[in-house]
Ligand binder design. Structure first.
Ligand code: 6GU
Length: 277
């Protein structure tokens, strides 16, 4: 897979040389090209932004440098035969970046990232490239960053670990909390390793029992408990078929009940509010 990143802060992408993504690059599974947007400016001050039409606060990134930078990255990738590119535009107004989207992007041969600073990029840039290739405007969560570079790192790491041969163990993805098509998208529970006693804290007995069935059940109950506490929205959306009898017992203990009315709207479970004494 080829990744291009066009940015005014190339050094912000230095972490792409480290760890899993760095190894994927070193092994040739990932070709990363970081480009300095200011190389496509022709004035003394290397201007990449200007005031917004219609007024208002902040600055908007100019069409010219983006168009020239993207054309240059595209020409290089086409010349080297990378196939069909997709443009990724990180923005807080994008669609949520999910594991499902990470899987979709990991199946593409070539991703071009256009992270913005300031109030964003002149809309005509996205509209122009959308006539030539798929464009994904993505947000990594409900908070506002000063620029899209950190989101590029997030998306790249989520995608790179899905590439064939990047994570040693092919089984690793199937267990991911948000793996598409998983029986139920539950958060993973706690994990432990040696030593068996640390600062007076021991390991749950069941994990030392050697009883694989009981261990699997305990892990499942921990996942249900954690998901119920941190992401009740994930429980609400689980179809009844996602849960076995023991799951439903645990959900009942956690205060969950089937919601026959909600089922029409994709809310299969509800937790009646606790009654105060
Ligand atoms: Cl992708 N960019 C910015 N600037 N802020 C964000 C974001 C992206 N996702 C969440 N907040």
């Amino acid at each position: 897979m080829r990744l291009d990143v066009v940015t005014i802060f190339p050094e912000y992408l230095d972490p792409l040389n480290v760890s899993l993504v760095g190894k994927a690059r070193a092994s040739g599974r990932l070709d990363v090209q970081v480009h300095d947007l200011r190389e496509w400016t022709y004035d003394r001050h290397n201007t990449v932004d200007d005031t917004p039409y219609g007024g208002g606060p902040g600055m908007v990134m100019k069409t010219g440098p983006w168009g020239d930078a993207l054309d240059s990255a595209l020409a290089d990738g086409y010349e080297r035969g990378f196939g069909r590119p997709a443009l990724i535009v990180p923005t807080p107004s994008g669609r949520p970046f999910t594991q499902e989207l990470a899987v979709e992007l990991s199946e593409r041969p070539w991703l071009i990232f256009a992270p913005a600073r300031y109030e964003g990029i002149d809309r005509r840039v996205v509209d122009e490239y959308a006539t030539r290739m798929p464009v994904y405007e993505v947000s990594i969560g409900d908070y506002v960053l000063a620029g899209g570079e950190a989101a590029v790192l997030v998306v790249t790491e989520a995608v790179a670990r899905l590439l064939p041969g990047v994570l040693g163990n092919a089984e690793s993805h199937r267990d991911d909390s948000f793996a598409p098509g998983a029986m139920a998208n539950l958060l993973e529970g706690p994990v432990y390793t040696k030593p068996p006693l640390w600062r007076g804290r021991d390991i749950p007995d069941v994990l030392l029992s050697g009883h694989h069935g009981k261990i699997a059940r305990w892990r499942r109950d921990q996942a249900l408990t954690r998901t119920s506490a941190h992401r009740p929205d994930l429980i609400e959306r689980c179809a009844p078929a996602a849960f076995d009898k023991k799951d439903r017992e645990m959900l009942s203990i956690l205060g969950w009940a089937p919601d026959p009315e909600g089922a029409a709207h994709g809310r299969f479970w509800r937790r009646p509010p606790a009654v105060e004494e």
